[in-house]
Design a protein. Structure first.
Length: 256
């Protein structure tokens, strides 16, 4: 495997260059703006290309060293691609709502994850001894916890890198990452403040095609890092074709 390739044409076709209305711009993004057309800011893709490439290298290198990447995108159009991309490369995600303290108060979050796992076990075993009302209450709790924590239930600790769609919406996640010194790779649109983002990807954070493209590239970069990690651990990379990623990772951990 290798770091995923992408072209300027792909970015153009996905609408990555379209920013927001000129009246809604953030001056801190001025250096990445090429100009405007019909009252809409146009991003300079000659800057986006190398910055996106650098961001993908960061993702790959983090995973190659055994690090965990947390995909974050809670806006409606990002929820599905964020979850699918994270699952594709055996990483983690939050796509429902950012829970305050997810990073800075991991101990409390861990307790909620344990509660989710206990509920799963109880319901899977038939919930014996529970009344219908108790069972319904438990199922409601399960649905809430699964929506909020399902994507990080196996993370086992704070991540080593965050990948974020829409820094305006996920400002709390960036603040928590800053406090803990966790690097942040993020797509930043013309109306957002890039403060706190370690690796800025200037681009449209609203268009479904653009979001899907970012998520796919980051997932493939993580998979490339995983294959480098497994290769360093002496795992037969041919096994990756035959076995699910999770099994291959478990095998690497067992042998290491």
């Amino acid at each position: 495997m290798a770091l995923p390739d992408f072209s300027m044409r792909q970015l153009l076709e996905a609408g990555v260059h379209y920013g927001h209305q000129t009246a809604r711009w953030n001056p801190r993004m001025g250096q990445y703006i090429y100009g405007d057309r019909n009252g809409i800011h146009i991003l300079d893709l000659t800057q986006t290309v190398p910055l996106l490439d650098q961001a993908l290298k960061t993702v790959r290198d983090t995973v190659a060293k055994g690090g965990r990447v947390l995909f974050v995108g809670t806006k409606r159009q990002a929820q599905k691609p964020i979850a699918e991309a994270a699952e594709k490369c055996a990483q983690y995600y939050m796509n429902h709502r950012w829970l305050g303290g997810t990073l800075t108060n991991w101990k409390t979050i861990s307790q909620s994850i344990q509660r989710l796992k206990q509920i799963d076990e109880t319901l899977a075993s038939g919930a014996e001894g529970l009344t219908k009302k108790e069972r319904l209450g438990m199922e409601r709790d399960q649905a809430k916890l699964q929506a909020s924590l399902g994507g990080i239930r196996e993370m086992g600790g704070v991540p080593d890198l965050l990948f974020i769609i829409d820094v305006g919406k996920e400002d709390l996640a960036i603040l928590e990452a800053q406090k803990l010194g966790i690097p942040v790779v993020a797509v930043v649109d013309t109306n957002c403040n890039p403060k706190g983002v370690t690796h800025v990807i200037p681009g449209n954070d609203d268009a479904a095609r653009a979001i899907s493209l970012y998520c796919d590239l980051v997932a493939r970069a993580a998979l490339d890092g995983m294959s480098a990690q497994l290769g360093a651990a002496g795992v037969d990379l041919g096994a990756l074709e035959a076995a699910p990623v999770e099994e291959a990772v478990e095998e690497a951990v067992t042998e290491a």
